[in-house]
Write a protein that binds this ligand. Sequence first.
Ligand code: R5P
Length: 294
Amino acid sequence: MPDGDNVQSGKGAGIGTPQKSDGYFLKGASNLDWGMKDRLSRIFNPKSGRTVMLAFDHGYIMGPTTGLERMDLSIVPLIEYADCIMCTRGTLRQVVPPTFNKPVSLRFSAGTTILTSLNDECIMDIQEASRLNASMLAVMVAIGDAEHEAVTIRNLTKTVDIGTQYGIPTLGVNAVGKELKRDARYLALAARVVAENGANVVKTYYCDDDFEQVTNACPVPIVIAGGKKLPEKEALEMAYKAVSQGARGVDMGRNIFQSDSPVGMMLAVKEIVHNNEKPDKALQLYNDYKNGKH
Ligand code: R5P
């Protein structure tokens, strides 16, 4: 038993030194609860304020996407390089070893596939997300899709409600239909709507013109999806331009796992995102890794 004599001595107890009251490093998150902030700090590196998320949830709408046929072979070796992984509950249990201790952005909405009409979705049970130790709940939101906008906004709202109860942040994933133009005007509107409805992080696409308007008008961090496979140089330039214009990182899939050297690409993207490396230097890093110079 500790004795109680000196419990309130006050000596050396910091009298005269005001208790530090730090702000929080992510925009829009200062007023969140401790659990939310802890989870966001596992996803976003508190030093750089940014993240490299590895996305491999494509199969839930596209089936065995190129590069994802055998995720035990193609994806598992990449996980150690990612700041966060983004996948479905099926993949988590079937393929991802629970020993990496990486934060999981869990695909929380599920729905129709490319064979019918995308985005007719529902959301999962929060207890399932909790069992899987999710650090973030990813929900698809189809702004401007006349058929599915309403249902996906309802899904977002329910996810934010339940995620807030459990202290798990929500990632609003902007689904952009083929008929919609991915310009700054649309992307800014969609990102803002998702944030206003309570998402803590928004995932959207980069656009060549005025992307800064998208990040500037979004009160929470934006991460960009990579989209379809580009030559490595172009993908690295896109990542560089996105973070230079305010994105807080990437949530990238095909441009990593469909690359000739997925690990090289992970390393190159990380250099850009966390260390502001220029695309040509990052490309050199990629090529060096690919050619066995590391
Ligand atoms: C798309 O809805 C999926 O959620 C992917 O996670 C997302 O598109 C990112 O992957 P990619 O970089 O291949 O576009």
